[in-house]
Design a protein around this ligand. Sequence first.
Ligand code: AMP
Length: 545
Amino acid sequence: MNGLMLQKQLLVSSLIVHADRHHGDTEIVSRRVEGDIHRYTYRDCHRRARQLANALANLGVQPSDRVGTLAWNGYRHMELYYGISGMGAVMHTINPRLHADQIAYIVDHAEDQYLFFDLTFLPLVKAIAGRCKTVKAFIAMTDSAHMPQDSGIACLLCYEDLIEGSSSNYAWPNFDEDTACTLCYTSGTTGNPKGVLYSHRSSLLHTWAAALPDALNCSARDVVLPVVPMFHVNAWGLPYVACMVGAKLVFPGAGLDGRSLYELLEAEQVTFAAGVPTVWQGLLGHLEREGRTFSTLKRTVIGGAACPPAMLQKFQDSYGVEVLHAWGMTELSPLGTIGTMKYRHLTMSREKRCAVQSKQGRAVFGVDMKVVDANGQELPWDGVTSGELLVRGPWVVRNYFRNEGGNPLRIDADAHGWFPTGDIATIDADGFMQITDRSKDVIKSGGEWISSIDIENIAVAHPAIAGAACIAARHPKWDERPLLVAVKRPDARVTTGELLAYFEGKIAKWWMPDAVVFIEAMPMGATGKVLKNQLREAFGDYLLV
Ligand code: AMP
């Protein structure tokens, strides 16, 4: 017997309709690439998203057509989020930090029909325009006064002209909630980038779960600043979450340095911000140098790479900002786990609680996870035994776009499909998952695994160290041994011996790095992760010579 409840398709457009109707005068504030601060409301955003949908229809965009964006976090990008997906087309957010060849490959693979870009990326667009076979026009996200002259791009349109020339009279269409809404390519370090194609349904379910109190805990009383880019897994879903709960949104544009972020956080009274550890490092550095504190910031979600306990402690103990350590992937829309405390953790000592918070957290409802050994056998939740992390759920990828790389799923004895994350993790009895490594980054010394993340976390707690990465270096006796690659803080002095002495008593003796290499700057990837493959190429034989 079926239930007798109304059927309503879960569509992304319903989020902006809700935000307009119930929070119409709540602000969206953006630092623009033109240099100024722009402010308007959800009502304005909704109106312009409808104008954009009309403009796209006039350009001939059909349902399921892919429309690309190369843009910072800002109000025009927000309009594209709703205008493109809302009309039934697929918004393809492109990471501008990728190499131009990779971007050209992605645009071609996705068969993007139009490409919207912020003026910052004009040189990039010029470099790839001739290679984008499917793109009918490039649209500069600016007004006519700021349009580039003599760009050499065959078909260049102006965003504000398109909006101004289009009516706001547009009714969002109703269609199947399984329809694709957004496409996002993973920035894998090997092989071609793979497209993850989210549906309206998966995005809405993810939004509900992400907004929950034990997830991002967002409400209409929050001012949300997503530092995490809208081109990296939909800014972790925040442009959707903010509409669902009616939070004020603050977009930082291209200003991601410590000073610009701090100014915006204070001026707009931000209560909640989200970003990767490298961005927060810049912000904390600024606060320390200038002797500032936060007056309104209450929580920050840190993910995308492991948040070192030293960073967590600094936020909480020095600035009174609660850290939520989260883990996710492009393939998970992205939220998988988040480190919010359970009741019994509240009475723990500060140190013990910090140790729990440093883990990547517990699964949000909707995500099922397990760790398995090399034979696919499930491992115990004892907080010690590590294995490969598998996940499943309604916002986990089933297959990559155009079947790139073949079916990724592992089928278990009960015929359930699980997505292998490529992360190595433990899960404790409370369900807190802790990542110890990427499977391709693990250090296998004499057949035993050493966690590179544990070693890096200790290294960056040393006052002279700004960044650290621990890699597997080939070793004649043990196959692999840990090698620590470190970047010193400006003007700081530390020797190899002093740094290694700092590890004593903090890890097992056999985990101690065999050597330290100091470098000027860490090679960083497009999504704020250290490029360990480059470090392995440069220093993999360091212990052999
Ligand atoms: P991406 O698809 O670019 O978001 O990358 C996903 C990968 O980033 C995961 O598979 C992890 O290896 C890594 N990652 C994400 N969040 C964390 C975290 N909190 N701690 C450690 N690694 C993380």
